[in-house]
Design a protein around this ligand. Structure first.
Ligand SMILES: C[S@@+](CC[C@H](N)C(=O)[O-])C[C@H]1O[C@@H](n2cnc3c(N)ncnc32)[C@H](O)[C@@H]1O
Length: 298
């Protein structure tokens, strides 16, 4: 049997022991904030097992050591993160919130962005393969409230594979499961290799690989008028959730708005935002007075 065969055999048989699971779970949590419950041991085992084969390792303890100390660890982190993160998404997800964004928040932002020349900046944090980013762009376009060249929508995700797919902007049927057919007809082009995002929409959208726990890198993004972070923090532990929320608070303009997923809230996480009651949703606003002379933090 060749060395390659042996590693393949070892990887397919490797079991993730409870103590190895705890080590890997803590390592992932401190790196990207995602917390695996005890019940997810077998999912983690199944998802990461192929990496043992690819690296010629036979146990998950060796894989843990590899992620911590091997010269190839940075590239391996990209592989591992692609495998363990949950990237489910589709166009116009949580449409009641997007309606509030279009009908209530965008008109409010017209006034708010006037002193900055009408430039609108939106950050979709944890955007997966980009459907959320392009959905936001469609609504901004539909509203006719901002000139396309004044709009910058930045989508970020920790998964390198997701960001590559988002930049490509070519989608299959499951991404369109909840979209209004009129939006699909207006903003997409059918080609032989799939359904492409319209170039004008694409010109408003930018993407980057970014770990939400990396506050220093977030500072390079500039400030945003709106941050969408939907269906991301549910996977985080309490400490990581707080770190990410602090980053959003810092990156928002005073008066800027944070939108979370329907099962997420700032309860027990932060008191730095005020509640903004919209017709169909609840949003979080960085207080308008934040940053004036009476506030030493900005
Ligand atoms: C379920 S998807 C949500 C996608 C989109 N926001 C939506 O609601 O449809 C969660 C995304 O969060 C990303 N994610 C997890 N941890 C992250 C981190 N530390 N930094 C940035 N993105 C992260 C995952 O890679 C995944 O693509």
């Amino acid at each position: 049997m060749s060395a390659h065969d042996r590693s393949g055999f070892g990887s397919s048989e490797a079991r993730l022991k409870p103590e190895e699971f705890r080590l890997l779970r803590d390592l992932f949590c401190s790196r990207i904030g995602v917390h695996f419950s005890l019940e997810s041991r077998f999912i983690v085992e199944r998802r990461l097992r192929e990496r043992l084969g690819a690296l010629g390792l036979t146990t998950f303890a060796e894989y843990y050591q590899y992620l911590r100390f091997a010269p190839g660890a940075p590239a391996e982190w990209d592989e591992a993160i692609d495998l363990v993160t949950t990237n489910e998404t589709y166009f116009c997800r949580e449409d009641y919130q997007l309606r509030s964004f279009k009908n209530e928040l965008l008109p409010m932002l017209v006034e708010q962005t006037k002193p900055r020349g009408g430039h609108l900046s939106i950050w979709s944090a944890g955007c997966s393969t980009g459907e959320e980013v392009y959905s936001i762009a469609m609504l901004v376009q539909q509203s006719n409230l901002f000139r396309p060249e004044n709009v910058r929508i930045y989508g970020s995700d920790v998964s390198r594979r997701c960001i590559a797919a988002a930049r490509k902007g070519v989608y299959g049927a499951s991404s369109f499961r909840a979209i209004d057919p009129m939006l699909r007809d207006r903003f997409f082009i059918q080609r032989a290799d799939g359904v492409h995002v319209d170039p004008l929409l694409k010109s408003m959208c930018h993407f980057g690989q970014h770990n939400l726990l990396d506050a220093d890198k977030a500072r390079l993004l500039g400030r945003a008028d709106v941050v969408f972070c939907r269906n991301v923090l549910i996977y985080f532990d309490a400490h990581a959730r707080k770190r990410a929320i602090d980053v959003f608070h810092e990156r928002l303009h005073a008066g800027g708005v944070l939108l979370l997923g329907h099962s997420e809230s700032l309860l027990n996480v932060s008191t730095a935002f005020e509640l903004l009651h919209l017709k169909e949703d609840l949003a979080y606003r960085k207080p308008k007075g934040f940053g004036r002379a009476d506030s030493p933090r900005e």
